[in-house]
Design a protein around this ligand. Structure first.
Ligand code: HEM
Length: 244
């Protein structure tokens, strides 16, 4: 006689997709997929497009072409320029690979790939974040930039370190939460440039617009992630079997 299948087991946090859809909705809603693809494609685009000019032209040349941010670094000492290039490459690699980490399918079907890419992302964040912290007092937006970019760098390092610590202790649910927060910080490189696309034409001057982005590039990202985490936590609690 064929065995009668028992009731389905409640989903374990380890098996849950990173951005878990809310209970009651289709498991993979169209909105969810569009959101993931938007995050992945914009992250990949900025990870390539933002560092590219600095890797193909000298800072002097870019400064002569009126690139505000390059002009800020063209006359700096060699050690500052070294941190600048280190930041661009390491943070760029972290941003380029981060979308892979969001994929629940890759985590389930190729966990070794998830672990290998994750190590590179964490190293990229540690190096890119430390270099970003060093650059923060010299940024184009002065004190507000020091506060905004400095806080962003510290949170980026802290979230990634907490995510690493959690997985080394085998706590997959906490790892997922901390790495999502770290991704919100990584994605600040994208939102910063999206905000500038709106603010520069609206305000009419790059430097006047730039003072808004050191906080605007990451605070809304973090709020959105906290809301997603709260929603997925509620959904998981609703899925858990009631006791008594
Ligand atoms: C999330 C933490 C990050 C912090 C704290 C940070 C910090 C900084 C700072 C302080 C500067 C100098 C800006 C200025 O002089 O006004 C800078 C520039 C730059 N950063 Fe980051 N950054 C972060 C993430 C990233 C990521 C993920 C990328 C990946 C593409 C990136 C790519 C760049 C590039 C290309 C520049 C040169 C300026 C430009 O052309 O936009 N950063 N960053």
């Amino acid at each position: 006689m064929p065995a009668v299948p028992g009731p389905p087991a409640p989903p374990s946090p380890a098996a849950a997709p990173l951005l878990t859809p809310v209970a009651g909705r289709a498991p993979r809603s169209r909105r969810h997929s569009v959101g993931i693809w938007w995050l992945a494609l914009t992250a990949l685009a900025i990870a390539v497009v933002a560092p590219l000019p600095y890797l193909t032209e000298t800072l002097d040349r870019l400064a002569n072409e009126d690139a505000d941010l390059a002009a800020n670094y063209a006359d700096r000492p060699a050690w500052v320029q070294a941190f600048f290039y280190t930041h661009i490459v390491a943070a760029g690699i972290a941003l380029f690979l981060s979308p892979l980490q969001l994929s629940g399918r890759i985590r389930r079907r190729a966990p070794r790939l998830h672990r290998a890419t994750g190590r590179v992302v964490i190293v990229g964040i540690f190096i890119g974040g430390a270099a970003g912290l060093v650059l923060s007092p010299m940024n184009v937006a002065d004190e507000i930039g020091f506060a905004g970019f400095g806080a962003l760098a510290l949170l980026w390092l802290t979230f990634a370190a907490a995510g690493l610590r959690a997985i080394l202790h085998g706590d997959v649910a906490a790892h997922r939460r901390w790495m999502l927060r770290a991704f919100a910080m990584t994605y600040a490189a994208v939102t910063l440039r999206l905000w500038l696309l709106i603010l520069v034409p609206a305000i009419g001057d790059f430097r006047d617009a730039y003072v808004f982005v050191p906080f605007l590039c990451w605070v809304p990202n973090l709020i959105v992630v906290e809301l997603v985490l709260r929603r997925s936590g509620t959904a998981r609690a609703q899925l858990r079997p009631q006791s008594g």
